[in-house]
Structures are given as C-alpha cells and as structure tokens.
Write a protein that binds this ligand. Structure first.
Ligand SMILES: Cc1cc2nc3c(=O)[nH]c(=O)nc-3n(C[C@H](O)[C@H](O)[C@H](O)COP(=O)(O)OP(=O)(O)OC[C@H]3O[C@@H](n4cnc5c(N)ncnc54)[C@H](O)[C@@H]3O)c2cc1C
Length: 414
C-alpha cells in the first residue's frame, strides 16, 4: 500500500518506521490494543522459509520473556509451526583453561532455556499477524524520506511521496536508523574490530538441545541447536583479518577450522550453508526520546552478539514503550508528550546500558591471553558453576525472566 492518502486516511496514533522483529512486534501490540498504526518497511514482504533452509544464516536465540511477548501478539503459533530449535542446556567454556559453566533449565524448574529461531520465520509470523489487524496499515517497499514535527502531530513523507500524520513517530529502523539521523540524535560508537561469521552446519553427533559457546583467543564461537538434531547455527566472532581468512577458505577447510574451534563434543562438521559476515560494533543513542519521537531496538542500541541479546532487548523496548503508551492513553495524556516518553527511556536505558557493559566485560576478559586474566576467568567460571544461588540467578537472567520487565513479558497481557 503506497498510494497518496487523503488527510483522514493518513491520520494515525503511531507510525512505526522499520518492520523488522522489533518494529513489527510494537505495531502488532498497539494495533491489537486499539491504536491506529502505520508500519513503514522499506523492504518487500518476507518470504516463507523452511526449517532446514540453510541459505539464510540469520538466527536469533530468543529468551522466554521474548517468547511470552511474541505469544501475546499471536505470532508464536506461526513461529512454532516453523520448527524453532529448543535449548534446554547451555555450556560455556574457555579454550585457555579448565573453567566451564553448564546450565540446565531443570535447575530452575523450567522445561527449556529458550529457542533458536530464524529471523525470517519471525518476520513472516509477524506479517501474518499484522495482516489480520484492521487498525494496522502496512506500507512496504518505500522507506521514510523525511518528517516535520508540529505541535500535536508530525508530517511524515515516504520515499514514494505518500504522507502520514501520526501523533508519535517510532524509529525501529535498525542500526543505520534514518529516524535517528533525521532527528539529529548522536550515538556513542565503539568498534570491536571483530567480524561475526554466521552459517548453519550439520554435525556428526546430535546437539542434544544444548547451546555451546567456547571462548577462543580471537573471540567466542557458538553452536546453537536448530530443530534438526544434527543441525546448528554457528556464530563466530573474530578479528577482521582472521574472519577474512575463514571466508576465503574452501568449505572443507572451513569445517576443519570449526571442528578445531569447538572441540570434540559434536564430532566432525559434515556440511555447511553459505557464510555471512557482520562487522561488529557497539552503539548507543544519546537519547531514546524527544517530543513525538522514540527509538527502539537496534535504532537505539547495538550490542555484541556473544550472549544473543540484541533482539531480546529490542523486544523488551517494544513491550515497554507499548505499556507506557497504553498507560498514557488510559490517563488521557498525550502519547507523544516528552514526559510520557521519558518514562520509557528511564525504564529501558539503564537496563540496555548494563547489558552492553557486561558483554564488553566478557569480550575483553575472555579475549585476553594475559595469565592473570586467564586464571581469573577460569576461577570465575568454576565458582559460578558451583555456587547454586548465583548460578540460578545467571540462568534466570539468561532466560530473560529476571529484571524490571514490562507487563506483557511478565503476564502476557497488556
Ligand atoms: C551475528 C549476529 C548474531 C545475532 N544473534 C542474536 C541472537 O541470538 N539473539 C538476539 O536477541 N539478537 C541477536 N543479534 C542481534 C539482532 O540481530 C538485532 O538486535 C535485531 O535484529 C535488531 O532488530 P531491529 O528490528 O531493531 O532492527 P533490524 O532487524 O535491523 O530491522 C530494521 C528494519 O527497518 C527497515 N528500515 C531501515 N531503514 C528504513 C527506512 N528508512 N524506512 C523504512 N524501513 C526501514 C529495514 O529494512 C529492517 O527491516 C545478532 C546480531 C548479529 C550481527
């Protein structure tokens, strides 16, 4: 839908720019809760993907809290039909010592720790949900060009000339956010000088629903279990030059490198899909909100993928912003007022920042070859593995079920 609209048709409560996992979820929550929403996505409709399609290596480890949010909007039933991987155990260990930590969902009385889902499966599931929400109008194939803020509304112009007029503009348009750039919101950026290599692989031995991560000198290598017991998605963070070397290898050489990296637990690597490379940086917007404007997901923050948290944090942003908007409407407040939006910023900024520092700490601690750091991290892993209460807290954090969560993630209701 991208025709020029009459004034009344173009009136919306909220315009969400970016229909990825995070923006699509926010549009679905608000549309189901009774708001007129415009969702603007520059790419075309995502195509359906099968569980064993190894061509698209983008997968997400989703926490139980994210599952709860996606279930509440009605997307989870479609995601389940796409056969996500389930992980009940997690093993993290250091190539430079004996330290090792092993979690199992049973230790906190839960059936599983989380799911491994292809990003495209989530995008398709959200698209199906959005199509059935009469209050949501989706504009595909034409991105945001510019916007002007008025007293009560904004005027938004899309690349094809269509104009929209919402009370609130939400930037969910990813790391290169046009909304953030047009608003002139600066971000603090740190280049990790690492590239993440991602692809799917087939292993000789079954993964046993276990997510494995080994910290190597250059960065962490993760094997994440998919639905097929012999199929994993791998994410390997490495210095740029080393990543280039691995990209240049033949498939056979690359598989031998993977076997050397992860060790013996999964046997040989029998097959692999195409490799994709993602240069890694951390970025954090100086502000998440301005009058009539909010940023969520990667548009507001980008984090190292070593704990698989970026989209999970973004989904909590979406659920939190939705809660703030719903509460404002119930209190008859202007949903675009700065003091309303500040509640969202105060709630999420500290949480996101804490996770960013934690990931940087891990990356630096495990990336060092210095003997005192090696001793410290191995002792830390061993201690965390043996101390029951500490370990249970780590598990609950990893599942996303501890912390200051929005209602939707806690109860499944808005
Ligand atoms: C290697 C790797 C592994 C990762 N693994 C995990 C993991 O296991 N778990 C996890 O939680 N996170 C993980 N992440 C992070 C995760 O991928 C991101 O945090 C997440 O995809 C961000 O979602 P988003 O919707 O905010 O942004 P995006 O996914 O970037 O979506 C933004 C959308 O906006 C659209 N868009 C952009 N500009 C415009 C415009 N001007 N107008 C209209 N539309 C526009 C784009 O087309 C896109 O669809 C990983 C990241 C990497 C690099």
């Amino acid at each position: 839908m991208s025709a020029r609209l009459g004034d009344r048709e173009a009136d919306f409560a909220v315009a969400v720019i970016g229909g990825g996992v995070v923006g699509g979820t926010l549009a679905a929550i608000l549309g189901a809760a009774g708001f007129r929403v415009a969702l603007v996505e520059s790419s075309e409709t995502p195509s359906v993907v099968t569980a064993n399609d190894d061509n698209d290596a983008r997968v997400l480890a989703l926490t139980r809290a994210s599952e709860q949010v996606l279930r509440a909007v009605g997307a989870w039933q479609h995601i389940s039909a796409g056969r996500p991987g389930e992980f009940r155990q997690m093993q993290v260990w250091d190539a430079g010592g004996e330290g090792r930590i092993h979690f199992a969902s049973a230790e906190v009385g839960e059936p599983l720790l989380g799911h491994i889902v292809r990003t495209q499966v989530i995008e398709v599931a959200l698209d199906m949900v959005l199509r059935h929400l009469p209050l949501v109008s989706t504009y595909r194939g034409s991105g945001l060009r510019t916007f002007v803020r008025g007293q009560d509304k904004l005027r938004i112009v899309l690349a094809d000339g269509s104009q929209l007029s919402p009370q609130l503009l939400v930037g969910a348009d990813g790391g290169e956010s046009t909304v953030r750039t047009l608003a002139g919101i600066a971000q603090r950026v740190h280049d990790y000088r690492q590239t993440a290599l991602a692809c799917t692989v087939v292993t000789e031995r079954p993964h046993g629903d276990t997510a494995r991560q080994r910290f190597l000198a250059g960065g962490p290598l993760a094997f994440l279990p998919l639905a097929d017991p012999h199929r994993c998605a791998i994410v390997w963070s490495l210095p740029h030059a080393e990543a280039q070397r691995l990209i240049g290898m033949s498939d056979a050489e690359f598989r031998r490198a993977l076997e050397g990296g992860i060790g013996e637990a999964l046997g040989t690597v029998a097959d692999n899909g195409p490799r994709r490379a993602f240069p890694l940086s951390r970025a954090h917007a100086e502000r998440y909100v301005e009058p009539r404007l909010a940023l969520i997901g990667d548009a507001a923050h980008r984090i190292h993928p070593l704990a698989g948290l970026g989209a999970n944090l973004g989904l909590m942003d979406a659920a939190t912003l939705a809660e703030v908007i719903l509460d404002a409407k119930a209190a008859r407040q202007d949903i675009g007022a700065l003091r309303v939006l500040r509640r969202y910023e105060r709630w999420r900024k500290g949480e996101n920042l804490a996770m960013m520092w934690l990931m940087d700490g891990f990356n630096e601690l495990f990336g060092s070859d210095a003997l005192p750091l090696r001793i410290m991290r191995n002792a830390g892993l061993t201690l965390a593995n043996s101390a029951g209460p500490v370990k249970r807290r780590i598990i609950r954090r990893a599942m996303g079920i501890e912390g200051d969560l929005p209602r939707l993630a806690l109860t499944g209701r808005w």
